[in-house]
Design a protein. Structure first.
Length: 254
């Protein structure tokens, strides 16, 4: 299981994340929510090992991840928020690089790459440079790179960014299937409708602090509201969204 224990990160003495604690067990999909600037991306970077916490610890299967980050990252599939790939490599070359760094056996790696390119509708473009790919194509390459080594732990940060409708539907069904297989899934997103349909558990941040955590039903019970949109607004919004929208329309016509 993945554990964050009193996870905190400060920059120049200012807290970005404060004492965040959670556990994700096999088969659970944790939806990680919060407004911009709430500490979501900082948390993602700490649990992937890209950023060292100021205080607290991330553990996987009981061991601190920083004891052997290389071994931990081989068990991890990660889709970052921004699709920053090497534009001069082809899609095939990029995935070969990723698979090699993760220590995949080459015959298995090439077989999975070929099948994944086909399933993600990228096979005709596998030998084109990434510079020629659209945003959605780059996002699909990132998804393949996160999945092809069959990781125990999957961390997704806005994974639907740039995907077309068909790819997004396939991805949502894929996440459900991976959860049913016992994968540990951390899902960070602003798309509340998708989070509500996919996730078994929720964690909501506000200004770097945990304000709600539990199963989807438990979080709804905490707020006393029926929808995730209303629940999210109850915990984190500092302004009346409807009133703000009306005010913007008034300014446009002033």
């Amino acid at each position: 299981m993945l554990e964050a224990i009193k996870l905190s990160k400060s920059y120049a003495g200012l807290p970005a994340v404060s004492n965040v604690t959670f556990t994700i067990r096999p088969g659970q999909i944790l939806g990680y929510l919060g407004p911009n600037g709430s500490g979501k991306s900082t948390t993602v970077k700490m649990i992937t090992g890209l950023l060292e916490p100021t205080r607290g610890e991330v553990r996987f299967n009981g061991a601190g991840i920083r004891r052997d980050l290389t071994a931990y990252k081989r068990l991890l599939g990660y889709v970052p928020e921004d699709a920053l790939l090497y534009p001069y490599l082809t899609g095939w070359e990029y995935l070969e690089l990723v698979g090699t760094l993760r220590g995949m056996e080459r015959a298995t790696m090439f077989k999975r790459m070929d099948s994944m390119f086909e399933l993600f509708m990228l096979h005709p473009h596998r030998h084109s440079t990434i510079a020629a790919y659209s945003k959605g194509m780059r996002q699909r390459v990132l998804l393949i790179s996160a999945l092809m080594h069959d990781p125990q732990l999957l961390i997704f940060d806005e994974p639907l960014s740039g995907l077309d409708v068909t790819s997004a539907i396939i991805f949502r069904k894929l996440i459900k299937s991976l959860g049913q297989q016992g994968k540990i899934i951390f899902y960070c997103s602003h798309v509340l409708e998708v989070v509500e349909k996919l996730c078994s558990h929720l964690l909501i941040l506000r200004r770097g602090e945990l304000v709600a955590h539990g199963s989807v039903r438990e979080v709804h019970q905490l707020s006393g509201l029926a929808t995730l949109e209303d629940t999210f607004s109850h915990f984190v919004e500092e302004q009346d969204a409807e009133q703000t929208a009306h005010s913007i329309v008034e300014v446009m016509g002033a």
